[in-house]
Design a binder for this molecule. Structure first.
Ligand SMILES: Nc1ncnc2c1ncn2[C@@H]1O[C@H](COP(=O)(O)OP(=O)(O)OP(=O)(O)O)[C@@H](O)[C@H]1O
Ligand SMILES: [Mg+2]
Length: 332
């Protein structure tokens, strides 16, 4: 695994270094940073820009949830209601069908009923994805249920595991982890859930995988969600874009074939924004392979999407922090 651009599993949250001297030595030539005041001003400016980026992401996350709710309501009340009414009317027609009606007539009606049922089922699936999940029983339970349903719908072997804290070599979460999880603000839990949903949807759409594992783990500093599949791995272009979005170095040229994947592709960016809005980071990459891996294994390295949310921000950020502030906006 490339560890040069990704913090270790147990990494602490980043902290601004307010020491002017250290900044001056680190920058290798920007002499205006040599005095402590200049360094502090520069660091303040960087922190301000970082806050603006997070605020912009949070505003989009908020808008996305609002749009999902609106779409779910519209779909349910318009298409869902129309389908239900049509289904009801058709059931009446079937009952009223005269005994001497041609068999083709009954067959045609039966066909229409079946496709109406299929359409209603499809709408229900879309609604499932749009609705905020039941989080009352906790994030781990919601993720376990969703993963089970996802496996049933897609035919993939999908499993959910809640891993122990890395510093406690025990099964299950520690009492402290359980306490933190129990007190997750709903917005944070929903953000983690949405990241898992999108990562799983990507596995179903792109990975050609046979199995996928969803893991929730705690470190002393962060809650870590991982979605690991055994599919074909990210295309070169997708990996390049994922690296670019997280500010990593670009070292792979895009191919013509990769251009096919350019349309849409808001999922990874959206997951990243949800992480950032809750003080976290996202990494999407091919699974590491042993040096002596067979050529067939290299064809299908699988993908890991890992989302890390730092406890401090996760536990303190609420809906009010996420709502776009018309006065403050992203300019403060
Ligand atoms: N688990 C995965 N396995 C293989 N490729 C993946 C996987 N997840 C994502 N990708 C690749 O990364 C690309 C970007 O994913 P992203 O979720 O951003 O967009 P999308 O799924 O194509 O479209 P959208 O999510 O906007 O509907 C995908 O088009 C796909 O090529
Ligand atoms: Mg996607």
């Amino acid at each position: 695994m490339d560890t040069s651009t990704y913090a270790a599993f147990d990494a602490r949250p980043p902290r601004a270094d307010l020491s002017g001297t250290r900044a001056a030595h680190a920058d290798g030539g920007l002499s205006f940073l040599a005095d402590a005041e200049g360094a502090r001003a520069a660091l303040d400016a960087i922190a301000r820009v970082q806050r603006q980026i997070v605020a912009a992401g949070a505003a989009r996350v908020h808008a996305d949830e609002a749009a999902r709710r609106r779409l779910a309501r519209e779909l349910h009340d318009s298409v869902g209601a129309e389908l239900a009414a049509t289904r009801f009317a058709l059931a009446n027609v079937q009952t009223w069908l005269p005994a001497d009606a041609s068999p083709q007539c009954a067959q045609a009606l039966e066909l229409v009923v079946r496709s109406l049922d299929a359409a209603a089922e499809a709408v229900r699936h879309v609604l499932d994805g749009l609705h905020a999940p039941e989080l009352e029983e906790g994030l781990a339970t919601a993720l376990a249920n969703w993963t089970r349903g996802f496996g049933a719908r897609t035919g993939l072997a999908a499993t959910f595991t809640a891993q122990p804290s890395v510093e406690h070599n025990r099964k299950g979460f520690t009492a402290e982890d359980a306490e933190r999880l129990a007190h997750l603000p709903a917005e944070g839990a929903l953000a983690i859930f949405r990241v898992a949903q999108e990562a799983l949807t990507n596995v179903a759409r792109h990975a050609q995988a046979s199995r996928v594992e969803v893991r929730l783990a705690c470190t002393p500093y962060a809650l870590v969600l991982s979605v690991i599949d055994d599919g074909i791995g990210l295309s070169r272009e997708a990996a390049r874009r994922a690296r670019k979005q997280s500010g990593q170095r670009e070292d792979v040229a895009p191919s013509a074939q990769d251009g096919i994947n350019r349309r849409g592709a808001y999922g990874i960016a959206g997951m990243r924004e949800r992480c950032a809005a809750f003080g976290g980071a996202l990494r999407a990459a091919a699974n590491p392979l042993p040096a002596d891996a067979a050529p067939e294994a290299r064809e299908r390295p699988g993908t890991t999407v890992e989302a890390r949310f730092f406890w401090d921000t996760l536990l303190s950020r609420t809906a009010a922090d996420l709502a776009p502030n018309p006065v403050q906006g992203i300019h403060s």
